[in-house]
Design a protein around this ligand. Structure first.
Ligand code: ADP
Ligand code: ZN
Length: 642
């Protein structure tokens, strides 16, 4: 609503501006015809052509040559009557511009006993003055009022009016045509099944009530952004064909205490009048945060709003048909009262899609696009672990935009790959000039790639490129293994060793003094991985203790501050650092070893890469196998780092 007000206000101001420009245009002083000067009465400034500097005017004043002075425009201009020997001793009318800040002029004029007078800024027509002083504000206010009145979200309800500040801002659709059906949603089958049941209840409630079943009043969708939570809510509204209220939790949080609560009351009043219906509250954590938590304690307005929400959810009867669907990605910070039976008692987790899920989602979004046969959605899904539904939709959209740019009638493999590269790695820059730095970057990237290929537990090389992208001078892409939720210790170590491979290659080939800053990103990744091995996964000598959690180090405003994050002794902190260093040192040593062992192949591949700039995985593997007999892939058996 405030958006609207803001926009309307701006609009109002624009109108105002135009009008005042209009007045300027008809400034009457510009239209006054030349009149004869009437000496010793009033000197008219519009008919004076000769000028005099202020300094000269002061001279004249001292010499007693000035007869009369008329001041205009807040004493910025003066029309003077002077006569001097220079002027042939005949009285002349002269214009003088008076510099800002000469406040003693009047004093001086009195001193020399000059006849002077002052005139209003402009000889404005009385009507114009009246118009600008009285009419314009009236027009402005009336305009604003009119705009408020006409900016309703939907007919019959003046929600956006400032008079209705406590009313709910929920968008309401009586017969929703959200355009989303269950068929448009892929990859989150459990959540979908849950909602299909709700739809069936809304359509035939008797079927459930006859066997005494209670349908949940509230369903909480929990999952990362872009996984399709809003999409699900839209789909139920559409499929069940019941009224649909949708509101974001943040819209309840207002500056003034009590407004949020009264909005909640209003929303539920409307909802029960329209039952059966669905109320969708997005980002429910904005209101539903644990009470009294966070830095600076509680927030009265939010707590009142939450209390109101709890009361309302208790208030309406089961099986009345009002179903509240909340969405959040931080269920851990929600107030536990919200999750009690009778409120959001059912939680549905919506996770990032797995490989098959991604294929499904890509298929949904490929439906309305001309995609050429050389594009393999399965391969694309392989390349994109960790992508949400929204990311995948975005990827295909980006590919379609590229196809348009290249004036193609369908989306080919090139556009899809380019779009994926852009989204994962950033926008491509221009390749470097051929020089030592380019060679160094080539060795760095081939270093990563070689180690990745030599180690058994490492992902395959997908592409090596010297085309800079998103701040990196060169990139080595690996095809990630299927979803990386379960990663073994040797896989983690392999990752650390390969990540150190770039720097190791620089060091082995160019010598320690030539090692560059280019590996700083690699080093950060390595350190974080090694630290997590020690503190989260129990993969070091310290043993299987979880010393830190996922959000280590981030003070989250909504979390309870009383719970310490790093709850361990200083001596343990020392041991952690020690273990982290040991892991990294071990891996660095391995990394240098592998680079030295494979120096001949590395040199050959670097030459080729400098030529072609981008090398695909298959080409890289073929080069590896033609030039040398690859050693057996190494398996890492490391038990201790002490
Ligand atoms: P959330 O509410 O979880 O943040 P949305 O539902 O707003 O995410 O998803 C944003 C967009 O991403 C959707 O409009 C849709 O195009 C796409 N999308 C997300 N998840 C899926 C899915 N499971 N199937 C198909 N499309 C999806
Ligand atoms: Zn690197």
């Amino acid at each position: 609503m405030w958006d609207n007000i803001l926009r309307n206000t701006l609009f109002g101001l624009v109108i105002l501006n135009l009008t005042s420009i209009g007045i300027k245009k008809f400034n009457p002083t510009d239209m006054i015809p030349e009149t004869n000067v009437k000496p010793n009465t009033e000197l008219n400034k519009n008919s004076v052509n000769s000028r005099m500097t202020y300094g000269r005017f002061l001279d004249y004043l001292e010499m007693g040559w000035i007869k009369q002075v008329d001041l205009y425009d807040n004493s910025r201009n003066a029309i003077v009557e002077a006569s001097s020997p220079e002027l042939g001793n005949r009285p002349q009318i002269i214009r003088v511009e008076i510099p800002v800040g000469t406040s003693q002029l009047i004093q001086k004029l009195k001193e020399y006993n000059i006849d002077f007078d002052s005139h209003p800024t402009e000889d404005q027509n009385i009507w114009i003055t009246l118009a600008s002083n009285v009419l314009l504000p009236i027009i402005f206010i009336a305009g604003l009022f009119y705009l408020f009145q006409s900016s309703e979200n939907f007919p019959g309800n003046s929600d956006s009016s400032p008079m209705n500040i406590g009313k709910s801002t929920a968008r309401f659709e009586r017969r929703p045509d959200t355009g989303v059906v269950f068929n448009d949603i892929a990859g989150i089958d459990e959540a979908k099944a849950e909602f299909e049941e709700i739809v069936s209840f809304l359509k035939q409630p008797e079927k459930y009530t006859i066997v005494g079943a209670k349908i949940p009043k509230g369903i909480l969708l929990v999952g990362p952004p872009g996984t399709g939570k809003t999409l699900l809510a839209k789909a139920i509204a559409n499929e069940a064909d019941v009224p649909f209220f949708s509101v974001a939790g943040s819209e309840f949080v207002e500056m003034f205490i009590g407004i949020g609560a009264s909005r909640v009351r209003d929303l539920f009043k409307k909802a029960s009048e329209n039952a059966p219906c669905i109320v969708f509250i997005d980002e429910i954590d904005a209101v539903g945060r644990e009470r009294g938590a966070g830095i600076g304690g509680g927030n009265d307005e939010r707590e009142q709003t939450l209390n109101q929400l709890l009361t309302e959810m208790d208030g309406f009867k089961e099986n009345k048909g009002v179903i509240v669907v909340g969405a959040t990605n931080r269920v851990d910070i929600l107030d536990s009262a919200l999750l009690r039976p009778g409120r959001f008692d059912r939680q549905v987790t919506v996770n990032l899609p797995d490989r098959l899920g991604r294929v499904g989602i890509l298929k949904v979004h490929a439906r309305n696009k001309p995609i050429s046969d050389d594009v393999s959605l399965v391969q694309l899904a392989n390349r994109t672990p960790g992508f949400s539904g929204a990311d995948l939709a975005n990827l295909l959209n980006e590919a379609a935009i590229l196809a348009t740019r290249y004036e193609k009638s369908s989306i080919t493999k090139n556009e899809v790959n380019e779009a994926a590269d852009r989204i994962i790695g950033g926008i491509a820059g221009t390749p470097m000039e051929d020089n030592k730095n380019k060679r160094l970057v080539a060795y760095h990237e081939v270093g990563h790639a070689i180690i990745g290929s030599v180690l058994k537990s490492h992902d395959e090389v997908e592409k090596i490129t010297l085309v800079p992208r998103g701040g990196a001078k060169g990139l080595t892409w690996f095809t990630p293994d299927e979803d990386q939720t379960l990663v073994s210790r040797s896989e983690l170590l392999a990752r650390i060793i390969a990540t150190l491979g770039g720097r190791a290659a620089e060091q082995v080939v160019f010598g320690t003094p030539e090692v560059t800053t280019g590996a700083s990103g690699d080093l950060q990744r390595v350190t974080s991985l090694a630290r997590q091995m020690v503190t989260r996964f129990g993969m070091s000598n310290i043993g299987p203790i979880a010393l830190e959690d996922e959000n280590n180090g981030q003070v989250f405003l909504g979390a309870n501050m009383a719970v310490e994050n790093n709850d361990y002794a200083e001596s343990l902190a020392d041991r952690i650092d020690d273990q982290v260093c040991k892991i990294i040192n071990y891996c660095e040593q391995k990394s240098v070893e592998i680079i030295k062992d494979n120096r001949v192949i590395i040199d050959l591949i670097v030459e080729r890469l400098l030529d072609v700039e981008t090398m695909d995985g298959p080409e890289f593997r073929e080069l590896l196998s033609t030039y040398t007999v690859l050693p057996d892939k190494k398996t890492l058996y490391v038990s201790k780092f002490s």
